[in-house]
Ligand binder design. Structure first.
Ligand code: TRP
Length: 333
């Protein structure tokens, strides 16, 4: 049997090159490797202050980016989390086998609650339980997410194990899968930090939807060092990052990139990386605009996805409800 893969994607269209190389290309590749299930996690978005009137627009933005990148609803299951009520119901049921102390110890909760100047909501604490429900509802085995999500995946394993021990073998214990390539694309201005739309510099963050001249400008002003050599070294984080980027977008080894730019100087090298990234992102940007302009079509796609998702999640929910002593299905269903 092929592996069932599940990942959730935050609803924001401001995806950057690091997201694209590290995560989005992996989602696309997952379609050929196993039974891939991808979900736009709009319910997670409400755990921090957000603009309700912009939420659905952000969902469309990210959906169009993913489809433009090559997600194909014929070859994967792609849906919107809030369309499938099983996720919220399972969150509550799983909370009974989730340790409160574990939730308060999650890095992401500690960081986000400390930096939150408005309300620290219970939803922020519950975020990892909803994430566990996302994956466990589909009995997925593999969870391809970044290293920052490792603790959340550990927690969902604990939840599944505790459920099975308490109520009988019902849930699949999932595994973390960290993508090997391009997992660490760094900020172009602060190459010791990961590229990020929240923690990085705007000038050092290349967005998937940036116009070509913006991309070029960002690469031309990338921080390097006082040397001249194009090679990877611990004391050359800026140049090392540019080598990694060029290697990822042209699908060559870093060694081949180093050999090609040996002796050519940083100016020419930075321009070459910028141009390669433009060539890599242009088809995606063009398809994005086409797809994003037809919201009715995106809604049709989501409706089909939600039907398929409910068929799978509904079965798990019936098993979970029965194991926990409830009637298998809710009254009226
Ligand atoms: N928390 C994940 C992130 O920030 C997003 C997410 C939500 C997710 N539900 C998921 C990832 C289920 C994997 C599986 O990236």
């Amino acid at each position: 049997m092929s592996e069932r893969i599940f990942s959730g994607i935050q609803p924001t269209g401001r995806k950057h090159l690091g997201n694209y190389i590290g995560a989005i290309t992996q989602y696309v590749a997952g379609q050929d490797r196993g039974e891939a299930i991808y979900c736009v996690v709009d319910l997670h978005a409400i755990s921090v202050p957000y603009d309700a009137s912009a939420l659905q627009s952000s969902v469309y933005d990210v959906a169009a980016v993913l489809l433009a990148a090559g997600l194909d609803p014929e070859r994967c299951l792609f849906f919107r989390q809030s369309d499938v009520q099983e996720h919220t119901e399972l969150t509550w049921l799983l909370s009974s086998v989730t340790a409160y102390g574990d939730l308060t110890r999650m890095h992401q909760f500690k960081e986000k609650s400390a930096s939150q100047r408005e309300l620290v909501s219970a939803a922020l604490l519950y975020y990892p339980v909803l994430m566990a429900a996302d994956v466990l509802a589909y009995r997925a085995r593999e969870v391809p997410v970044g290293d920052d999500q490792r603790q959340h995946v550990e927690l969902m394993r604990d939840i599944a194990e505790r459920f099975n021990a308490r109520f009988g073998e019902t849930l699949v214990v999932p595994e973390h899968r960290i993508p090997e390539v391009g997992a660490r694309i760094m900020d172009l201005q602060m190459p010791e930090r990961k590229m990020s739309t929240t923690g990085g510099t705007p000038q050092g963050t290349v967005l998937v939807l940036d116009a070509p001249n913006t991309v070029l400008k960002k690469f031309r002003s990338a921080v390097t060092d006082s040397g001249t050599e194009v090679r990877r070294a611990p004391d050359k984080p800026g140049v090392s990052n540019l080598i990694e980027i060029l290697s990822a977008v042209t699908r060559r080894t870093p060694e081949a990139v180093e050999a090609e730019f040996d002796g050519s100087g940083y100016g020419a090298f930075k321009t070459a990386v910028g141009e390669a990234v433009i060539e890599y992102l242009t088809p995606v940007r063009e398809r994005y605009h086409e797809l994003r302009s037809d919201e009715a079509e995106l809604e049709r796609m989501f409706a089909l996805g939600a039907d398929k998702a409910r068929a799978i999640a509904g079965e798990t929910l019936a098993d979970v409800r029965t194991a926990m002593g409830f009637r298998a299905v809710r009254a009226g269903q």
